[in-house]
Design a protein around this ligand. Structure first.
Ligand code: ZN
Length: 199
């Protein structure tokens, strides 16, 4: 039996902690890192350190940014009274690529999932409600993923938003149930935005 060097095993275990990386992928990544030229690994380590130092949450919409507020919140030409609510910052990028949305965003940093211990307190929901009230938002488009957690979150938000007088809409889908907005193509997302319905 071949004994795995413990440092390699450590590296594999660390890589397997990354979301979506199973043991096989962790092994491939670990071997790639071992074989890569020194400068490449050095650049990777620098990029990790640099991103961790520079990237912050926008204090207004909670997307990831290196500026305060983020470029979208600072853009006066964008309508502050229409909000697109998403689970993760990557989905902001997906919607921005469509160029179909000229309002602003609010990133929840997850979706409600009581079984996993994710309740309203764990998400940027109080901040959203405060923002809707303070900015007199007229429409909140809920763009959480078409998953159980995403739908639970949409229903919960609609209940909390209706008393504030905002129109609450849910993005329409050309996406299969369980699909992921982050990976949807631009046309699908544009159509999903256009096909939003009142909830
Ligand atoms: Zn922002």
């Amino acid at each position: 039996m071949i004994t795995m060097a413990s440092s390699l095993e450590q590296l594999r275990q660390r890589l397997a902690l990354f979301p979506g990386v199973g043991p096989k992928m962790a092994e491939r990544l670990a071997l790639y890192i071992l074989r890569a030229p020194d400068h490449e690994v050095h650049q990777l380590l620098l990029a990790i350190e640099e991103a961790r130092r520079q990237v912050i949450h926008c204090p207004v919409c909670f997307t990831l940014t290196e500026e305060t507020p983020c470029r979208i919140c600072a853009d006066e030409s964008r309508d502050p009274r229409v909000l697109c609510v998403v689970e993760q910052a990557a989905e902001v990028d997906a919607f921005e690529k469509t160029k179909a949305f000229r309002g602003r965003y609010h990133v929840l940093h997850g979706a409600l999932s009581p079984l996993d211990g994710i309740g309203p307190q764990e998400l940027k929901i109080a901040e959203l409600l405060r923002r809707v009230h303070a900015d007199q938002v007229k429409e909140v488009i809920i763009c959480t993923n078409p998953t159980l957690a995403g739908e639970t979150t949409a229903t919960y938000l609609a209940e909390k938003l209706h008393p504030l007088g905002a129109r609450v809409t849910r993005i329409g889908y050309g996406l299969p149930m369980g699909g992921d907005i982050e990976y949807a193509d631009e046309l699908t997302l544009t159509r999903a935005l256009e096909g939003r319905r009142e909830i």
